[in-house]
Design a protein around this ligand. Sequence first.
Ligand SMILES: Nc1nc2c(ncn2[C@@H]2O[C@H](COP(=O)(O)OP(=O)(O)OP(=O)(O)O)[C@@H](O)[C@H]2O)c(=O)[nH]1
Length: 257
Amino acid sequence: MTLDKNDPAKVFRIKIISMGNSDTGKSCIIKRYCEKRFVQKYLMTIGIDFGVTKVTVGDRDVKVNIFDFAGHPVFYEVRNEFYRDVQGVMLVYDVTNRASFESLDAWIKEMKSELGAKHIAEFDSAYFIVCANKVDKKQARVVDELEGRLWSDARGYPYFETSALNGDGVSEMFKCLFDGVVEAVISGKKPQPIPVQLGYNTEQIEAIKKLKSGRDNYERLGIAQNCTKEDINKAYRRLAVLLHPDKSVAPGSEEAF
Ligand SMILES: Nc1nc2c(ncn2[C@@H]2O[C@H](COP(=O)(O)OP(=O)(O)OP(=O)(O)O)[C@@H](O)[C@H]2O)c(=O)[nH]1
C-alpha cells in the first residue's frame, strides 16, 4: 500500500479480498460493480482472480486491487499466499445456502491461521464487511436477515443484503467497504458500524426457532423428558414472558406465543 497521510493528492492503493464458499456469488458481485453486468452461468474461479478499479473516497483517489478468492477447498494452497497485507475483506454467503452462512467463521479462522501470530495485527486492522447475497431468490431463502445481522453485529462487521443479479445493495456495500478501509488506514482505527436497533435479542430469536422446529413439546420448551411438573411450568412461564407480544417485536413472536 502507498500512503502519505499528509498528502491528499497522493493515490492510495488498497488491497481487498473476497472470501466465502464456492458458488456464493463473489465473482458476480465484483463483476456487477466493476462491469455493471451479471453472469448467469457459474464459472468457478480457479485459484484467484485479480482486478483493479479506481474510486474516489472524500478527496482521495484510491486504486483498489481486488483479489477474488476461489471458494472451493481445493484452492486453499493457492489462496493462502494472498492473505498478507489485506486491508479490506468482503465476506460473502448465499442466503439460499445455510452451509455457506455457517462457514463464515471457518473463513475467518483460515485467514487468521494463515497470517499466524507474527502477522495477526494485519487481521486485527483489516476492515470486514458481510454480504448476504442472492436476496433476489426470495422463495429459496433459508437464512433470514435477522440471523445475518446478528452474526455481523456480534463481530462489528457492517451487514449488507445484496443481489448481483439485479444490483441491489452492491454499490452501497462497496462504498461502505472502501470508505471504511480508507478511514481505517488514515486514522489507524476501524470505523464502528452503527448497530441496527432491532428491538429484540438473540434469546428471543433462539426461543422462536426452537418453538418452530422442536420435534415435540419437550424440545419446544427446551426441557428434558424426565423433568418435573414445576420444570414445565417454569419453562412455560419463561417463554411466555420472553415472547409476549406486548414485550417482543421479534418476527414470529405472536405466532410463537
Ligand atoms: N439469483 C442470483 N444468482 C447469483 C447471484 N450471484 C451469483 N449468482 C449465481 O451464482 C453462481 C455462482 O456465482 P459466482 O460469482 O461464480 O460464485 P463464486 O462465489 O465466485 O464461486 P467460486 O468462484 O467457486 O468461489 C452463478 O451461477 C451466478 O450466476 C445473485 O445475487 N442472485
